[in-house]
Design a protein around this ligand. Sequence first.
Ligand SMILES: Cc1cc2nc3c(=O)[nH]c(=O)nc-3n(C[C@H](O)[C@H](O)[C@H](O)COP(=O)(O)O)c2cc1C
Length: 450
Amino acid sequence: MLGPQLESSVTVGGRPIRNRLYRAPLLECAGNGPEAVETLIDELEPAAASGAGLIHQGATIVREAGGCAAPGMTRVADSGFVERLEELTEAVHAHGSAIAIQLEYGGLRSMEVWHAGYRRSNPGLEQLVVSRPPWILRSLDRVGFLDLNPRVMDTDEVEALAADFGRAAARAVEAGYDMIHLAGANMGIIQQFLSPFYNRREDEFGIDPEVGSGVRFLERVHEEIRDRAGDVPLITKVPSEAAAPAPLQPRLSDADAIRTAARLDSIGYDGVVPVRCSVFWDMSIVRGAFPARAWRDPTLKEGYREAFGSRTRATAVAAGNWLQSRRYDREPGWNADLARRVRSRVDIPVFLEGGLRERAELDSYLGDAADLVGMGRPFYAEPRLPARLLDGPADTRAVCEDCNNCAVAQAAGASGNCRTPSVLEEAGALRKRGAYDRTGNERDDGDPTE
Ligand SMILES: Cc1cc2nc3c(=O)[nH]c(=O)nc-3n(C[C@H](O)[C@H](O)[C@H](O)COP(=O)(O)O)c2cc1C
């Protein structure tokens, strides 16, 4: 039997979504300044206007200090600021789309660990950590490659952090967001709790032997969000660390990720996004080519120096990036087999992203590996990509070349956009031909029961 098509509607946690195409979370680098809301609207509204069912805003930070994984992240700890985001949610709703906010805290992934310039201007910042950092991070700290200043959270501090996720969710719901999305992967604090590579706690937040992950933190975050923000649809990324190099143990296997997703379903999460990644913040989540152009770009040189402290360190990071690109080449739909296995164990919607590029491919995964399908990097080159995918033939393909020039430039503080001329030319030609025009949502079926 034919599965649901991209245009068919779907319900997540009781919220009807007009179709199954979503924009995956990507950093917008909007910060919190006077232009922040306008920047977010500029970044996200085109996806709504061109027909995406659901837009995931990139990760935002639940506390006022520390914990940002990259330059320019937006914090959602201040009610005054979050209220202003109503302008963004209204702009998205005006086009009939739904919008999720992603909540995050960096822990060991924070800029104060890896960004030399940020560390210089914030010398006293500690990182909240789940357990003593793994030996490999301590070694990188000793040779001056990272700058660790960790403080292992006691049980009360973990509770306080879970409550901050709840408070941020409540503020977001007030501002009109339709869904809360937890940044459960990408090596933020949630992955650090889940992963046995990071979590050696002996209190209730340690590894749950039945599940194979430190899922208790996500349970507490769920309770906090339900208490403070009601029954807003709540989803999370669920990492498997199967892509990490073999010697890095112990880590989350696919089986651990599947059991974790099943537990989250049973306690009341409304959706999961299974992703295969590593135990580090490497290219396993953005597989593709070595971004040679971005590393050579003279306008980014100063930013790299600021981020990595010296030319030597920047060269070492670029070399590591090159090695990773050999290991993590883009395979179409690289999370699909994991998502399919998760989907066979849960009753909630499964979101699939990672290397999806073609309309026919999207349809083929729906009803099989996923209930909703999304793309990330292609939106940098084609902010109105949904118009082409929803209205085009089966061989419609995003112009993104997976070159990752968009990704690495962000370490240098550059905004998130495509910087590859051949890709931009192709998108420009499509624009001239009217490929991104969309007057209505003609092919969305509008039936939330599918
Ligand atoms: C520059 C950049 C920023 C990203 N920011 C986030 C983020 O804030 N939160 C998140 O969960 N994933 C983030 N991702 C991962 C994407 O959501 C997506 O999973 C990944 O890019 C793979 O999908 P794609 O092949 O369609 O790009 C980011 C990826 C890139 C390239």
